[in-house]
Design a protein around this ligand. Sequence first.
Ligand code: 6PG
Length: 474
Amino acid sequence: MNQNGCDIGLLGLGVMGRNFVLNMADHGFSVGVFNRTKEKTRKFMEEEVGDRQIQAGYTLAEFVSLLKSPRAVLISVPAGDPVDQVIDEIVPALSSGDLIVDMGNSHFSDTDRRDHSLTEKGLLYMGMGISGGEAGARNGPSLMPGGSKEGYERIRPIMEAASAQIDGTPCAAYLGPRSAGHYVKMVHNGIEYGLMQMIAETYDLMKRGMAYDAPKLHRVYQKWSEGDLNGYLMEITAEIFRQKDDLTGEPLVDVILDRARQKGTGEWTSLEALEHQVPLPGIHMAVTARDMSDYKKERTLAAKRFYGAPGPPLGEEFVDRLEGALYAGMVVCYAQGMALLDQVGRKYDYGLDLRTVAAIWRGGCIIRARLLENIREAYGAEPHLANLLLDSRLGDAVEAKTGDLREVVCAAARSGIPAPGLMAALSYFDAYRSERLPANLIMAQRDYFGAHRYERIDKDGTYHTAWTEREVKK
Ligand code: 6PG
């Protein structure tokens, strides 16, 4: 143990916390730990710590006394009230200049509030997104730190060592002030929702539309994960189709109930996009699809009532179409998330560098994918790129696959298999590349019923037309 105390402290020995402590310790840092339930701490110390430099505090005062000054305390507890409770409890034991880092999936507005009040108290505060689940926390997550820059400099060597590494570069980088880190993590999760939904749709099309069984599905996703679609979600999808259920011997995926749960970060991303009027249909659709899945009882009734549209059978070559469609859909999904970060990030003065965001998402996190290297390069060439679709390479790649996307969307519609994520991706692309949209008619309608006025294509100003005789007479 360092003579002056532990390099860093971590409070909350849940799955993420425990694994991150071991990860930091394995990189040679001494860590002080605390958990509200003493038994959990004892068990962790006895069963997992071994000869690593980890010390436990069984009271908050003891925990704080273990840490080198100025202190750095990571908090790994569920988002929401528990974070406030822990902060309220620990703050009296800390001194001015000490650092608190919230590693949970906190809503960014909570992070802003905490940042404000703790900074006023003379403490340093950070909100740091962490992605990669249990394995990531243990072996190298993607870390998205925001808040006090001075605070980050203090813990930077530890975070850089503990994070995933891509080509020798840590997947951890300071993103910006206040809630910048948690905002980026929220959008990461929104993209995660969008990608998962579209992958699930390709599964549905192959299972229901082509009667593919689990071994066949495994082979398809395995092949895809070796090509342009390479990424963590594709890899685990391939693996999932290999898992057998212990109880029935059936493929496990077939016995899992089709009701998708959610903790809320996808919905937060959607709400943010709506609030700031950034088009984000892929992520809205992904949230809505999870909501729809929850209506299991009603869906079961409706399934008996409506027949759908059994389209022509889908041939083997359709799998290649799906691959292309998914690729185009994925680029469009990242494009939407990045556009939200770009536009709202500027409103919130985060000073986000989207190249850095793409770089730290290349490893460790759930949405890591080969595509992120292209995205990083796109922002490297043009830091203020308005939309990823405007990058020549990514734009060309999407354009080359839109034929597949159209084919898949048509096939889904003809077969009566819902594909809201892929359909939204195509609509987004088509709307984005349409110089003229039918919004002129909407403006005419608004002016007709509410005198809301419209702009003209040929001169400045706003106009109102007396659309009805009654109005003319007034
Ligand atoms: C990650 C995950 C992680 C968590 C999600 C699940 O980046 O490691 O996103 O944060 O698994 O919160 O989110 P839902 O419960 O909303 O699907």
